[in-house]
Design a protein around this ligand. Structure first.
Ligand code: PLP
Length: 402
C-alpha cells in the first residue's frame, strides 16, 4: 500500500518539536508570551513591515484589519470573486457588503482595470467603496504597481490578503507589504503553518495597537475588566507561535521545494497542447499551489479527467475555487464580471505541491500524470470548441521524457 499524497500537508519536524517543548517548559501556556512577541517581530522583519499582530487565524487578521480601518455597516468593499470564502466573510463580519470583481485569466488575480473602472465611478448607487481587499492567489502577488496608485488616487485603503503568499515577492517588495494592512494565514495547509493561526501586519502603529486591543476582548487597561467596545478573542497561543518561529527558520528551504515541484510540472506539461500553469510567468511566486489550466477543446480532455485519474491512485487534487458570485450564500451580491474566474473554476486543477513531498512521491505524481497524458481520453470529448483542434499526434508524442 502506498500512502495517500495530499495537496499541501504540514511540513513539520524536529525543529518545530524542540521549539514547542521549550515553550511548554517556559510555562507560558497562554495566548500571549515571549514566543508570540518574538514571532511577531521576526515575521514583520522578514517581510519588511514595522509591526505584526499574531492572531488565531488568517480570517481573524483580515477581520481585525477591516475593523481597524473603520469598515462597518453601510460600506462596500471590493473583493475578488476568485478567492477563498474567508476574504468575503471577513467583510461580512464587519457589517459591510462585499462587491465581487473578476480576475485576470493568466494569474487568477484581481482584474485591476475593472477595479479602476469601479473606483472611477467612485460610488455605487450613491455609496463609496470603503476598501479594496486584493488576494495574492496561490502565492502570486497582485499587480500592485497598477492597483496601489489607483486606490491611493481614489482615497480607498487596501488590505492585502496575503494568506497564501508569505515569501512571495513582486519586484523588490515582499508579499505582506502592500496596502495599509496585510494578513497572512498559518493554517495547516499553508506554506508556513502554526497548525492554525495568522498575522496582521502594518507600518501603522496605531492601527496595530487598536487591532491588538480588539483582539484581546477590548479590555480597558484597568484591573476590574472594564469594556467600552465589543472585542474578540483572536490572539495566537504562545505554544503555536513557537511552531511558527521554527517554521520561519525553514521558510526559504520550504519555498525552494515548492518551486522545484512547479518546475517538474512545468517540464511535464511544456509540450502538451491546451495546458498552461496559472501565473507561470511569475518568478516571484512562492509556488504555494501549482495549478494547471486546461483548454479542453485543445487538449482533448478536461481538468477533471486528470483529477479523477490521480484520485484513483490516491493522489489529492482540487478544482480552483468556486467564485464567490456563484456561491449560494452570496446569491444576489453585486459583482463586476468578465467570466474569467468562472473559466478558471471550470478548467483549473491544483496539483500536490507540499514541501514535505518526498522525491519518491513527486515521481509517483509525475509518473501518474505521464500515464494519463499517454492514454488521455480525447475521444470522450463531445464537440471541440469552434476554431480549436484536437491534437492529431499520438498522445505519447506530446509528453516530454523525464
Ligand atoms: C485567500 C485566503 N484568505 C483567507 C484565508 C483564511 O485563513 P485562515 O484559514 O487562517 O483563517 C485563507 C486560507 O485559509 C485563504 O486562502
Amino acid at each position: 500500500m502506498t500512502a495517500r499524497i495530499h495537496l499541501s500537508p504540514p511540513d513539520v519536524g524536529p525543529l518545530e518539536e524542540s521549539f514547542v517543548i521549550a515553550a511548554v517548559r517556559s510555562g507560558w501556556i497562554a495566548p500571549l508570551g515571549p514566543e508570540v512577541d518574538a514571532f511577531e517581530q521576526e515575521t514583520a522583519a522578514r517581510v519588511d513591515r514595522a509591526y505584526g499582530l499574531a492572531t488565531n487565524s488568517g480570517t481573524a487578521a483580515l477581520h481585525l484589519s477591516l475593523l481597524a480601518l473603520g469598515i462597518g455597516p453601510g460600506d462596500r468593499v471590493v473583493v475578488p470573486t476568485l478567492t477563498f470564502a474567508a476574504t468575503a466573510n471577513a467583510v461580512v463580519y464587519t457589517g459591510a457588503e462585499p462587491v465581487f470583481v473578476d480576475c485576470e485569466a493568466g494569474t487568477g488575480n484581481l482584474d485591476v482595470p475593472l477595479v479602476a473602472d469601479l473606483l472611477r465611478r467612485h460610488d455605487i448607487e450613491g455609496r463609496q467603496v470603503a476598501a479594496v481587499v486584493p488576494v495574492d492567489m496561490f502565492g502570486s502577488c497582485v499587480d500592485y504597481d497598477a492597483l496601489l496608485p489607483i486606490c491611493e488616487q481614489a482615497g480607498v485603503p487596501v488590505v492585502e490578503d496575503a494568506a497564501e503568499a508569505l515569501g512571495a515577492t513582486r519586484g523588490a517588495r515582499p508579499a505582506g507589504t502592500f496596502g495599509q494592512a496585510s494578513a497572512f494565514s498559518f493554517n495547516g495547509n499553508k506554506i508556513l503553518t502554526t497548525s492554525g493561526g495568522g498575522m496582521l501586519l502594518s507600518d501603522d502603529g496605531d492601527l496595530i495597537a487598536h487591532a491588538r486591543y480588539l483582539a484581546t476582548q477590548a479590555r480597558q487597561p484597568v484591573a476590574h475588566y472594564e469594556h467600552t467596545d465589543i472585542g474578540y478573542n483572536y490572539r495566537l497561543s504562545n505554544l503555536l507561535a513557537a511552531v511558527g518561529r521554527a517554521q520561519l527558520r525553514r521558510l526559504d528551504s520550504m519555498i525552494e521545494r515548492r518551486r522545484a515541484h512547479r518546475s517538474r510540472y512545468a517540464e511535464l506539461f511544456a509540450n502538451v497542447p491546451g495546458v498552461r500553469l496559472l501565473a507561470a510567468e511569475d518568478g516571484g511566486a512562492n509556488c504555494w499551489l501549482t495549478t494547471v489550466v486546461v483548454d479542453a477543446g485543445q487538449a482533448g480532455w478536461h481538468a477533471a479527467d486528470l483529477g479523477a485519474h490521480l484520485a484513483a491512485a490516491d493522489i489529492e487534487t482540487r478544482p480552483v475555487w468556486k467564485p464567490m458570485h456563484l456561491q449560494p450564500v452570496f446569491a444576489g451580491a453585486r459583482a463586476v464580471l468578465t467570466g474569467a474566474a468562472q473559466t478558471l473554476f471550470e478548467n483549473g486543477l491544483t496539483l500536490p505541491s507540499g514541501s514535505a513531498m518526498t522525491a519518491d512521491q513527486v515521481d509517483r505524481v509525475c509518473g501518474r500524470i505521464r500515464d494519463f497524458l499517454r492514454h488521455r481520453p480525447s475521444t470522450r470529448l463531445e464537440v471541440p470548441e469552434p476554431g480549436r483542434r484536437h491534437d492529431p499526434e499520438p498522445a505519447s508524442a506530446a509528453v516530454p521524457a523525464l
